[in-house]
Each structure stands twice: as C-alpha cells, then as structure tokens.
Design a protein. Structure first.
Length: 145
C-alpha cells in the first residue's frame, strides 16, 4: 500500500490541463493502485492524478459501491441538473454548492486498457464530473454557486 501526499490548492499542477495516457502499462496500473490507496486513506470518494502531482488523464472514484479506475475518461452524455454540496481532498475544510448534471455517461479505459462506458446518476455522476474537472485544471471552488 502506497499512500501519496495530496497536493493542495495553490499547487500549479492542480490548474494544469492533463495529458492523455498513450499506453496502459504496469506503471499505469501501479499508479491507479496508489491513487486508490491514497483516496481511501484520506476518506475521499474520488482522486485525480493531478492531486498527487501527476499530470495525466487518470482518476479513481469509490462512493461505496465499488472502485472505479478510469484512464483517458471523456464525458459522452449528460442530462438534468442538480445542486449539491461538494468538497475536495485538495481543498481541506472547504465545501460549497455546485450545479452538476444529474445523469452522465463517461467513456474511458480500464486498467487492462479496454474501453468501458459508465452510466451514472446522483452521487456517482457528481463524483465523476468532479474528477473530470480536475483533469482540465478546474476545481469545485471555480463552480460554487
């Protein structure tokens, strides 16, 4: 188990647009495992690679229904709208109301390099969108209503 330091607001890596992963390797899989360990250790529901200083399109999410690991994720569809409270491991102690799509379809690669599609709503949809924003250098505080 490798728990990595989580970068906090003010660190430039959190504001940098990430790069796509060209090839899923053992190094990529180790990064995903370390990210999941770090997220769980911090009692988070999601963690994007920039939050541990890696500017790659990778994130992990676990809202208590099983761990999701995505590489090069893309938002394919979204519908509905809801406002709810959000926080972030990179902005400790802060939270705010953010408007997000109620339902989403996300496409990406799993740790085996196979394309997967995830349909989500509610908290899972919110968490996926939050992590997608991290990959574009956007933090939830940028969207607080």
């Amino acid at each position: 188990m490798a728990v990595l330091p989580i970068r906090e607001i003010g660190d430039p890596v959190l504001r940098t647009k990430t790069k796509s992963v060209e090839k899923v390797t053992d190094k990529t899989r180790k990064l995903l495992k370390d990210m999941a360990d770090t997220m769980h250790d911090a009692d988070g529901v999601g963690l994007a690679a920039p939050q541990i200083g890696v500017s790659k399109k990778i994130f992990v999410v676990d809202i208590g229904e099983g761990l999701i690991k995505l590489i090069n994720p893309e938002l394919m569809e979204s519908s509905g709208q809801e406002i709810d409270e959000e926080g972030c491991l990179s902005i400790p102690g802060e939270s705010g109301k953010v408007s997000r799509a109620k339902k989403v379809v996300i496409k990406g690669l799993n740790q085996a390099g196979k394309e997967v599609e995830i349909e989500a709503e509610g908290l899972l949809a919110r968490a996926l969108q939050h992590e997608l924003d991290h990959l574009d250098g956007v933090l939830f505080v940028d969207k607080v209503e």
